[in-house]
Design a protein around this ligand. Structure first.
Ligand SMILES: [Zn+2]
Length: 277
C-alpha cells in the first residue's frame, strides 16, 4: 500500500476538485486513480499492473489535460467529453485529470459542466486547481472539493540522511543474505528514530523501483537518487520474490498504520522475510 498522510480520506464522488500545490495535488490525483483501479485489496498497492501503468502514464483509461498556452480551450475539453461515453478499456473506472483547471476558459467550463451533471459511473474526473475563484459556481457545486493547500505534503517525510541510512543497511543486507544478517539489519533499522510505517514505505518504494527496473519500466522510478540500491535489488531478486517482499512490507505498513506495536512490526517483518530472502 502506498502511504499518504491522509489515506483515510473518503472519496465518494465521481467529480472532484483538488486545491493546493501543483505537485502535491497531482500526486494525490494519481494516487486516487490507482486507488480506484488497483487490482489488490490493499489499494493502491503501487506495484500491480494497473498501479504501474498509471504511474508510467501508459494506462489507456487515464486521460490528462494540461493548458495549451495560457488556457485550457474548449476543443481540448470536447475531445475529453467524446471519450466520456466510451467504455473503459481495462480500467474499473476511467480517470480524467484536468491540470490547472482554473485556466479553463468559460466555454470550456460550460462544456465540461454537462459531463459533471450526468455522472458517468464508469469514470471519475479530478480538477486540479490553485483556487476556486476562476471556476464557475455551477462547476464547483457538482464536485467534491478538497483543499489540500494547508496540509503537509506526502509520505516522503523522511529526511534524506535517514533514507541514505536505510538504503545502506539494506544494501549491506542484500550482499550478505543470511538470517542473522536480517535480524541485525532490522535491529539497526528499528533503532532509527522515525515512524515505522514511513521507514517501511521507503523500503517498499525501493522494491517497487527494483521491480520497475526489472520489468523495464524505468520511467516510474520514484527514488532516482538511490540508483545503486535499486539496481542491486533488481539484480538480486526475481520478480516473484520482489512481489512477495512487497506483500510482507505492505501488511506491516497496514499494521503500523493501525498503531501496531513497533517492536512487533519489526519482529513480524523479520520472521516473514526469513522465508523469502
Ligand atoms: Zn495496485
Amino acid at each position: 500500500m502506498e502511504l499518504y498522510d491522509d489515506f483515510d480520506i473518503k472519496y465518494t464522488s465521481h467529480a472532484y476538485i483538488f486545491l493546493g500545490d501543483k505537485e502535491d495535488i497531482t500526486k494525490r490525483a494519481i494516487f486516487l486513480a490507482k486507488r480506484v483501479n488497483c487490482k489488490n485489496e490493499e489499494s493502491p498497492c503501487g506495484y500491480c499492473e494497473s498501479c504501474r501503468k498509471i504511474q508510467n502514464k501508459t494506462f489507456p483509461d487515464l486521460y490528462e489535460i494540461v493548458p495549451q498556452g495560457a488556457s485550457i480551450k474548449i476543443d481540448q475539453v470536447r475531445e475529453l467529453i467524446m471519450s466520456f461515453t466510451k467504455k473503459p478499456i481495462e480500467a474499473k473506472k476511467k480517470v480524467y485529470i484536468i491540470h490547472e483547471a482554473q485556466k479553463m476558459t468559460i466555454q470550456a467550463q460550460n462544456a465540461i459542466l454537462k459531463s459533471l451533471e450526468e455522472p458517468e459511473t464508469q469514470s471519475i474526473t479530478i480538477l486540479l486547481a490553485d483556487n476556486l475563484k476562476q471556476l464557475l459556481k455551477t462547476v464547483v457545486s457538482r464536485c467534491q472539493v478538497f483543499d489540500f493547500s494547508m496540509s503537509k505534503s506526502d509520505g516522503s517525510a523522511i529526511v534524506i540522511e535517514t533514507r541514505q541510512m536505510i538504503a545502506d543497511i539494506l544494501s549491506d543486507l542484500i550482499s550478505k543474505k543470511d538470517f542473522f544478517d536480517i535480524s541485525g539489519a532490522l535491529k539497526q533499522i528499528s533503532s532509527i528514530e522515525e515512524r515505522p510505517e514511513l521507514i517501511l514505505e521507503f523500503i517498499s518504494s525501493l522494491f517497487r523501483d527494483g521491480l520497475a527496473v526489472k520489468t523495464g519500466s524505468k520511467i516510474s522510478i520514484e527514488n532516482a537518487d538511490f540508483e545503486d540500491i535499486i539496481n542491486k535489488i533488481a539484480k538480486t531478486y526475481s520478480i516473484k520474490s520482489m512481489i512477495l517482499i512487497l506483500d510482507i512490507i505492505l501488511k506491516q505498513i497496514k499494521f503500523a498504520k493501525s498503531k501496531g506495536n513497533s517492536s512487533l512490526i519489526w519482529f513480524n517483518t523479520l520472521i516473514e522475510l526469513r522465508e523469502v530472502i
